[in-house]
Design a protein around this ligand. Structure first.
Ligand code: ATP
Length: 309
């Protein structure tokens, strides 16, 4: 990353995530679904530079299509900065320069990573030094996936997905990710799942969503083969129903050496778990030759961290 850092600026990097397991329960009174998720932070990062300014502003660029990302107060990173300023009584502003590598509206939590990065960057820039627990509280107010982008690693999320506990995970997991330029709206995918679950042939919502114990065992053992047997995502049926063409790509990946393939979060990004880095490279080559943009990433990686100041 060659971006120059203005004097006094802070550079933070925050990871995108994959959901290795995602069970969606019923809608709660607050309108949110109760979920149980196993998250893994992966080596596809957002870079955020924060520099002093009297106002709040943001500029956005990146290696992914960024035209759908709001460059005003609706931007989740700006909302994060404003929330922190309010919390500490800071009367100035900040300029945020976001360089995105996580596909937008792709189910990999890119906006949440930007928000987590903005919290960490402004905390350092403004000398607030709030500490992890306080930042986590602010993160949870910004969105269900923001606390995990702060924390990183591998974790189990319950409630809205924001009540996090680190999962004991050994070793490294290699994934091939197929992004898609045309994102899916997370609320739309949830709404479609609710609709589908009204049909007699579709499994109803679990009363208490729970991460399968076999997933935890596989993570603890650092065993991708065992993990592949138990990965699943309740939102997949809805994402595939909205984007039927993803089925062909899933089948191609699964038939080309992946241990498992799944829709990441609310999609449309697809993630293929592989046995090791060499298998991931082979699968990446196969999928690229078939015309897909295929990225080799690995997890777990750390959450939002200052990398330069
Ligand atoms: P999740 O998996 O957390 O539901 P996602 O990865 O599917 O999210 P995001 O890339 O986080 O999706 O963005 C979802 C929507 O949020 C975008 O369509 C965009 O309009 C809005 N948004 C607000 N701020 C940002 C940001 N900093 N980066 C990306 N999108 C943002």
């Amino acid at each position: 990353m060659s971006q120059a850092l203005a004097p006094g600026g802070v550079h933070v990097r925050a990871p995108g995530k994959l959901n290795l397991f995602f069970e969606v329960g019923g809608v709660q009174e607050d309108g949110y679904h109760d979920v149980a998720s196993a998250y893994q932070a992966v080596s596809l990062f957002e870079d955020v530079w924060a520099t002093h300014s009297d106002e709040f502003s943001v500029s956005i660029s990146g290696t992914v299509e960024v035209s759908g990302v709001p460059a005003d107060d609706r931007n989740l990173a700006v909302r994060a900065a404003r929330l922190l300023a309010q919390r500490i009584g800071y009367s100035g502003g900040v300029h945020l320069d976001i360089v995105k590598h996580v596909p937008v509206a792709g189910g990999m939590g890119g906006g949440s990573a930007d928000a987590a990065a903005a919290l960490v960057a402004c905390d350092a820039l403004w000398g607030a030094d709030l500490g992890g627990a306080e930042l986590h509280k602010l993160a949870a107010r910004l969105g269900a996936d923001v606390p995990f982008a702060l924390m990183g690693g591998t974790a189990i999320g319950t409630g809205r997905g924001d009540q996090l506990n680190p999962a004991l995970a050994k070793g490294r997991f290699d994934w091939v990710v197929l992004p898609s330029d045309d994102g899916l709206s997370t609320p739309e995918v949830y709404a479609h799942l609710d609709e589908l679950r009204g049909r007699p042939d579709i499994v109803a919502a679990p009363s208490v969503p729970e991460v399968a114990p076999a997933v935890l065992h596989a993570l603890r053992a650092g065993d991708p083969v065992a993990l592949a047997e138990h990965t699943s995502n309740d939102l997949q049926i809805a994402a595939l129903s909205l984007r039927p063409e993803l089925r062909d790509a899933l089948e191609l990946g699964e038939g080309s050496g992946a241990l498992a393939g799944l829709v990441s979060g609310s999609g449309p990004t697809l993630a293929f778990l592989t046995a090791d880095p060499e298998s991931a490279l082979e699968l990446q080559i196969t999928l690229s030759a078939a015309g897909f943009e295929a990225l080799h990433v690995h997890g777990p990686v750390a959450g939002a961290r200052v990398v330069g100041a």
